[in-house]
Design a protein around this ligand. Structure first.
Ligand code: GAP
Length: 453
């Protein structure tokens, strides 16, 4: 059965070293988490899988890794300074502060009082100061989405790669939002990662590309192990669209706490490149943009036939890495009752996402011949660079199997006394628990077949 509650996932994450509350020894920091030894591998594997699908497998996408610190002008012209706000309400009785859209029946979520203030806009961006003088002019922002740095690098990428439409720029990285009510473990946090593609297309072809990317993205999540029936396609109503969007489809997933957004796929029109461009009056910009007096770049393509400048439209699939990790943990977590009546927890991760690809287990902890042989097997498999391989030298095979079931290791390889005689080992499959005897020399192919599809 799938994970029953968030508590089970939180407990597994802490117990086994996937995710910890940040700065826990000082009481933590609300809405911020750290990824431990296994979490960093899982998260990295998810990001690599996205990058492989969105960049390596395509000829029309380039990658980028831009800065987090962002010039305030970027977020002025992007509209974030004016519109990236949540309406906040204060309870006059208990002083609790909450998002207006979270309130039910006009009552304070903390004490139930109806004595509430009118809603006021609260900007979600984190500000910081640049340089030694902290004054009103020296501030910059931590980026609230990775997207803006893609738009501001549009000309650099086009000039350096000679790309023509349609093409995309992909980026994975941190984003920061001062969420009023961070909650539900790593679902809504203040520091998180996004995997964003800005795909530039010709006006008029935008709606077809929007449909194309919705399909692509659903298929990708299914390949990561998310059941298709657990993804709902939600057409965001006009009145709820972000300021830049003509149409947005949210991929909603059945998280342990409810059905919520995993990824958004927006048609951002020509709003972004139009907003950040110089000479806007010479460009036929469809979106309602702020007059730009600061940009030094024209963010447009010249049509070869008409010689007219065209501002590309943007289709943006934007996925949260942390929400992805949570969805994948939720999908893969299973509690099973075995034939002997005992229970086991299994993380049935797709092997390409597993933090550890194989565990090599010497049958006897203190037997130097067996342990040395195990180390050699481990080193050989590690050198394939398919992900992490570990030596699990606890001397307790049963416990080692349970541990690796729980952290999602697809295979365990046991080295015993027969290995020294006939060069065979026992390979145990995480999901079926079946064990088979194979030649040591076949292990490399076995691991490759598991991981390279
Ligand atoms: N560039 C478009 C954009 O940022 P968004 O819907 O605000 O759109 C995109 O965010 C994705 O980023 C969401 O679908 C979600 O997966 C993730 N995300 C947004 N805010 C988050 C938060 N506070 N904590 C964790 N993930 C978040």
């Amino acid at each position: 059965m799938p994970a029953q509650s968030m508590e089970q996932l939180v407990s597994l994450c802490k117990r086994r070293g996937f995710i910890f509350q940040t700065n826990e020894i000082y009481g933590g920091l609300q809405g911020v988490y750290d990824y431990g030894p296994l979490g960093v591998e899982l998260k990295e594997n998810l990001k690599r899988s996205w990058w492989a699908a969105m960049v390596y497998s395509r000829d029309d996408v380039e990658g980028l890794d831009a800065s987090i610190l962002t010039n305030k002008k970027v977020l002025k012209y992007s509209g974030h300074e004016d519109t990236f706000t949540d309406p906040l309400v204060d309870c006059k009785d208990c002083k609790n502060r909450m998002r207006e859209d979270h309130i039910k029946d006009s009552k304070c979520l903390h004490c139930g009082s109806k004595n509430l203030t009118d809603p006021r806009p609260f900007n979600l961006m984190f500000k910081t100061n640049i340089g030694p003088v902290a004054d009103d002019e020296s501030y910059a922002y931590l980026r609230p989405e990775t997207a803006q740095q893609i738009f501001t690098n549009f000309k650099n990428v086009v000039d350096s790669t000679s790309k023509s439409l349609p093409f995309g720029i992909a980026q994975i990285g941190k984003a920061f939002r001062n969420e009023i009510t961070p909650r539900n473990f790593i679902f809504r946090v203040r520091e998180f990662e996004q995997m964003e593609l800005e795909f530039f297309v010709r006006k008029g072809e935008d709606e077809d590309w929007h449909k194309y990317w919705i399909e692509e993205r659903i298929n990708w999540w299914v390949q990561q192990g998310v059941e298709k029936k657990k993804i709902e396609v939600f057409n965001v109503p006009q009145e709820e669209l972000s300021h830049y969007s003509k149409a947005t489809i949210d991929l909603m997933y059945e998280f342990p706490h409810g059905v919520e957004e995993l990824e958004g796929i927006a048609n951002r029109t020509d709003f972004d490149l139009g907003s950040h461009s110089k000479n806007q009056e010479e460009l036929d910009i469809a979106a309602d943009v702020l007059k730009n007096k600061d940009s030094n770049a024209r963010l447009a393509f010249q049509n070869i036939d008409s010689k007219e400048w065209e501002v590309p439209y943007v289709i943006e699939p934007s996925a949260g890495v942390d929400r992805g990790v949570l969805a994948i943990l939720n999908e893969s977590y299973k509690e099973e009752t075995l034939e002997n009546g005992k229970n086991r927890v299994v993380l049935a991760l797709k092997p390409h996402l597993s933090p550890i690809k194989a565990a090599v287990i010497p049958i006897k902890k203190n037997d130097s011949t067996i342990v040395d042989f195990s180390k050699q097997v481990k080193d050989k498999l590690q050198k394939l660079s398919l992900g992490r391989v570990v030596l699990e030298n606890t001397g307790n095979i049963g416990k080692s199997y349970r541990k690796h079931d729980e952290i999602g290791t697809p295979i365990c390889i046991t080295i015993d006394f027969d290995t020294l005689e006939d060069d065979t080992v026992t390979v145990r499959d995480r999901d079926t628990m079946e064990q088979k005897r194979v030649k040591v020399e076949s292990l490399e192919d076995l691991l490759k077949n598991l991981l390279v599809k």
